[in-house]
Design a protein around this ligand. Structure first.
Ligand SMILES: [Zn+2]
Length: 507
């Protein structure tokens, strides 16, 4: 007898519908799966058989053939365990094939018959053609996020079979709880002093300008970067769906019962593998850290310590907002629109803790700064030196008040983003060069200032564009409409220092 049920498999962060067809017929007892299954899919044979038997159901003593269609589509992961098991039971007459024909199933089976949640539940469910989907109880909240499907959930294969046979009602899915957004984001108010660093973070958030912080250890570079997500606007619905989909496919925690609304903050270590950063993998092609930072912040501390192949690979996502990951038998495009914040010490010894305390040779310093290629350095609209705060600032005994709170700064950032949206861009960093004259007109003094920098070779033509965009953001944050004035261009130039040259003067 034949039976067919629906399911889906992951291709990158997208789901693709899969039809599971099973034939149970005469012949020596054997069990084969065809249709491009990968290794984890082939292991499904053992899990499915064990789960059916330990659930008190009968393993057919006949020839069992499973076909996963379409055959050209590569099937990855363990989420096809459950649809294969259900189709086998239906083809063997233990379930009514008509009762499961219009239902999709997504889930992994444990050997004892329990249903397990699989990575990528959200994109898998999004790809289903069927209106009704059955998932593991633990996956019900995520499966319901899109709200397009009737989601049924069961803790075990046994309870699922009983519900399909109308022997028992479907188990109540766990209640949809709206979990809080996890750990609180640290507040800008904690940052004392650091006027330039604070300004740089605010401008980065408002204009989506990539930011390089250069300073000795303990200067608060990480502290500033971590606070950036707290002043970025919350994700819109489309962004939230995309980010939640990516985190789900990456196997990262997804909040129970709702989409991720806070921009993600990812801080991969420089020793992380290329695959974990960019995406890929041998079995399923998983999104990497740069995609998990989509619509959020990618923080690369000690930028100079990252291998050069990693830094080279950043160019495509920085240009295009996505990354193409190729493996022998598949290639996938992952979204990767992140705000890049990088931090570096001014030299290999980090300044040795005190001004003038650098012990590095000229050669060592030159080699260190050359690790960041010119094109990558050029990507940073904002390049800012941060000093170690002095003791008075740290302890708050110098009379300086606590900094503005993230709520106050976020309101200015949101207002600046709204101005950018009215210009037809998501943020000022995305203003095309061809529209700069229209969207960022300059007063005469500002124009001649930039021309002087260009003539003296202090700025490239691209550099001039970048300074203009940052100046636009500064004017927007200050509520200054009309042509951008010389003071905003001056400030934008100050936020684009030559980090290593400046470091030599300071340390
Ligand atoms: Zn040094």
């Amino acid at each position: 007898m034949n039976a067919t049920v629906g399911s889906a498999t992951l291709a990158g962060v997208e789901g693709r519908p899969v039809t599971v067809e099973v034939h149970v017929g005469p012949g020596l007892p054997c069990f084969g799966i065809v249709g491009l299954p990968d290794a984890s899919c082939r292991e499904a044979r053992d899990r499915v058989r064990a789960a059916i038997v330990s659930s008190g159901l009968k393993w057919p003593q006949q020839r069992v053939t499973v076909n996963l269609a379409p055959s050209a589509l590569r099937k990855v992961g363990s989420g096809l365990d459950l649809p294969v098991a259900v189709a086998i039971l239906a083809a063997d007459g233990q379930l009514d094939p008509a009762a499961v024909a219009d239902i999709a199933f997504v889930g992994e089976l444990a050997l004892d018959g329990r249903l397990r949640k699989v990575p990528g539940t959200l994109p898998l469910v999004a790809a289903l053609r069927q209106r009704t989907v059955v998932v593991a109880s633990a996956a019900a909240g995520e499966a319901r996020l899109l709200g397009r499907h009737r989601v049924l959930a069961a803790p075990t294969l046994r309870s699922l079979v009983a519900a399909v046979r109308h022997e028992q009602p479907w188990p109540d899915p766990p209640p949809a709880v709206s979990a809080p957004e996890g750990d609180a984001v640290p507040d800008m108010a904690d940052v004392r002093g650091q006027a330039l660093g604070r300004l740089a973070v605010e401008v980065a958030a408002a204009g989506n300008h990539h930011l390089l912080l250069v300073g000795p250890p303990g200067a608060g570079k990480t502290m500033l970067a971590q606070r950036l997500v707290g002043i970025l606007p919350p994700l819109g619905t489309d962004e939230a769906i995309e980010v939640t989909r990516i985190h789900s496919a990456a196997g990262l925690p997804v909040p129970e019962g709702r989409l991720i609304r806070r921009p993600p903050f990812r801080a991969p270590h420089h020793s992380a593998s290329l695959v974990s950063l960019i995406g890929g993998g041998t079995a399923a092609l998983r999104p990497g850290e740069i995609s998990c930072a989509d619509h959020g912040v990618l923080f690369m501390d000690e930028l100079g310590e990252f291998p050069s192949d990693v830094l080279d690979t950043l160019r495509q996502p920085l240009e295009e907002g996505q990354v193409l990951v190729c493996r022998a038998r598949a290639s996938v495009v992952f979204p990767a629109r992140f705000l890049l914040v990088a931090a570096m010490n001014p030299c290999p010894c980090g300044g040795d803790g005190a001004p003038g305390g650098c012990r590095c040779t000229e050669t060592a310093r030159a080699r260190y700064s050359s690790r960041i290629s010119g094109p990558l350095l050029d990507r940073f609209d904002l390049r800012v030196g941060v000093d170690r705060p002095d003791a008075g600032e740290l302890l708050g005994t110098d009379g300086a008040e606590a900094g503005e709170s993230s709520t106050t700064v976020a309101a200015r950032v949101e207002a600046a983003r709204e101005l950018a949206r009215r210009r037809g861009v998501t943020a000022n960093a995305a203003i095309p060069g061809s529209r700069l004259d229209e969207l960022v007109p300059l007063v005469a003094e500002a124009r001649s200032l930039l021309e002087a920098h260009l003539r003296q070779g202090l700025l490239s033509a691209r550099g001039v564009h970048r300074v203009r965009r940052v100046a636009r953001t500064l004017a927007d944050l200050g509520g200054r409409e009309g042509p951008v004035g010389a003071e905003d261009v001056h400030a934008a130039l100050a936020l684009r220092s030559e980090p290593f040259a400046a470091a030599e003067v300071t340390w």
